[in-house]
Design a protein around this ligand. Sequence first.
Ligand code: ZN
Length: 185
Amino acid sequence: MVDQNKVKEAVKLFLEGIGEDPTREGLLETPERIARMCMEIFSGMEEDAREHLAKTFSVANNEIVVEKDIVFYSACEHHLLPFYGKAHIAYVPNGKVVGLSKLARTVEVYAKRPQIQEQMTSQIADAIMEHLEPQGVMVMVEAEHMCMTMRGVKKPGSKTITMAKRGCFEENMQLQNDFFRMVQG
Ligand code: ZN
């Protein structure tokens, strides 16, 4: 739960720390603004993916389902700078599927908290395995990290790609290839 007062105090102190004057006009409302913004960009901390993945529909045939280009914005937990990009999710059902918007919701749950991309990718895959219980799931995340592009090595446009495979995707190259083909197509 975001404590808005603590965030406000911290931002004031932070501004002083970088040599700014938090009482000057342009910065006066910044702590308040950031505190409100945190309610939105870290809202995933209060959410449980189970809520989004619990409502399922029965299916007769267990064909692969792919949801691609799910845009997300997150904050890297090492620098609290944004990283953002797209998540692609595939799963092979085991008699039940979820509404497609629920996969995007699941991405949001894990994106909207201080995060590292590798961990987020695994968490999405694990949540789907646990709550939807498919035969397998595969998640690919491609993202640009502001901590790479505006500081440090400064490589604008470079992307970090992470992947997680669970269940039937782990050993089945054919399924993996289906996924790559559908994501790239
Ligand atoms: Zn970082």
